[in-house]
Design a protein around this ligand. Structure first.
Ligand SMILES: NC(=O)c1ccc[n+]([C@@H]2O[C@H](COP(=O)([O-])OP(=O)(O)OC[C@H]3O[C@@H](n4cnc5c(N)ncnc54)[C@H](OP(=O)(O)O)[C@@H]3O)[C@@H](O)[C@H]2O)c1
Length: 325
């Protein structure tokens, strides 16, 4: 678990704005589990470890306050990765001008990489068909809660797991057909069998470890597993010996695929956003989010990701004059 003393708030002088650069005042930030992966020198992740003593990068939305790039003007709202700071500055190619559709903070949640991961995992990796049974782990988290709602929207039977009865009750409220409290006593494998006696056809894995093993144990022939991440192991030096059903990959002819849609399939973003905007507009998907205030709340927010302290997407509001949700 990253401890509080690893973080520090520091003032930096603004560098002069170079040709082709923009400066943005950040309004909203978010934190996510992948940040933890970059806090280790041993990472074999797809992105390098964070540089010590430098500002942490991360997703943010904010308003352009100065521009020396022809494609941006003051007042434009942008999505970018100069987060975890009040002001972001860099080459204009590193900033995306936000479409006017939806609220800016939705682009850190259901309209952004969170929603895209849930959408891509279910539609492009699992290729889930109406009537099939989907299992979602980490279901009360950001990706998970979006996946549960997309799953219902496309006609799936959805089994959702989360820690604690309150989160499970919320998941029932958004349409999960069965819920599993993975923190309650008993075997996860058996809980999944009880929740889905018909077996599972598709699995969106946010957790890994015991959840992945339970999904293997309960998979139907030719099940598809979309592995978005494995938050259950990000704070562990050694992964516990929980994988007892790997041979089911062979016997059930299971297809397991990891995916990074934001880096690999940005070409699908426009189509995804159109569909997600329609789902949000007609109430099919209600983005789950929890808001905290001020840059100083970032370290605790990162810790809370791993302690079940959030339901849905953590959002951090930086300025009092941002319209309240
Ligand atoms: N592939 C990609 O492009 C991509 C992009 C974004 C995120 N991801 C991955 O997707 C997964 C979900 O990300 P997210 O942003 O939506 O985060 P998230 O699910 O909102 O993460 C926080 C939640 O994870 C659960 N959790 C934490 N530790 C756990 C553990 N040991 N076992 C089981 N559950 C645990 C907690 O819920 P409970 O209270 O229920 O325990 C917590 O509320 C992560 O693995 C992340 O790395 C992948």
């Amino acid at each position: 678990m990253p401890t509080r003393d690893l973080f520090e708030l520091r003032d930096f002088e603004d560098a002069p704005l170079a040709d082709g650069e923009v400066r943005v005042r950040n309004d909203w930030l978010t934190v996510g589990p992948a940040m933890r992966v970059r806090m280790s020198a041993q990472t074999r992740g797809y992105l390098p470890p964070y540089a010590l003593g430098a500002p942490i990068p991360g997703w943010a939305v904010g308003e352009v306050i100065a521009s020396r790039a022809p494609d941006f003007k003051p007042g434009d709202m942008t999505l970018h990765q100069f987060g975890m700071r009040d002001f972001g500055q860099g080459p204009s190619a590193a900033f995306e001008k936000l479409p006017s559709i939806g609220s800016p903070e939705d682009y850190l949640n259901a309209m952004g990489s969170t929603g895209f991961v849930a959408y891509f995992g279910l539609l492009e990796i699992c290729k889930a068909e109406p009537g099939e049974t989907l299992f979602v782990s980490g279901a009360a988290g950001a990706v998970g809660s979006t996946a549960v709602q997309i799953g219902k929207a496309i006609g799936l039977k959805v089994i959702a797991s989360a820690g604690g009865s309150d989160k499970c009750a919320l998941l029932r409220n958004i349409g999960a057909d069965a819920v599993i409290d993975y923190k309650s006593p008993g075997s996860l494998d058996e809980k999944l069998t009880a929740a889905a006696p018909q077996g599972i056809d598709a699995y969106l894995d946010n957790v890994g470890g015991d959840h992945l093993d339970a999904a293997l144990a309960n998979a139907n022939p030719r099940a598809r597993f979309a592995i978005s991440g494995m938050i259950g192991s990000y704070n562990q030096d050694q992964v516990a010996e929980t994988m007892r059903h790997l041979n089911r990959i062979v016997t059930q002819r299971i297809r397991i695929e990891g995916f990074l849609p934001y880096s690999d399939r940005a070409d699908l973003l426009v189509a995804f956003r159109e569909r997600m905007a329609a789902w949000i507009a007609n109430g099919t998907v209600r983005p789950w989010q929890e808001v905290r205030t001020g840059l100083g709340s970032v370290p605790n927010a990162i810790q809370d990701l791993f302690a079940g302290g959030f339901t849905g997407k953590p959002l951090i509001r930086l300025h009092a004059d941002v319209a309240p949700l």
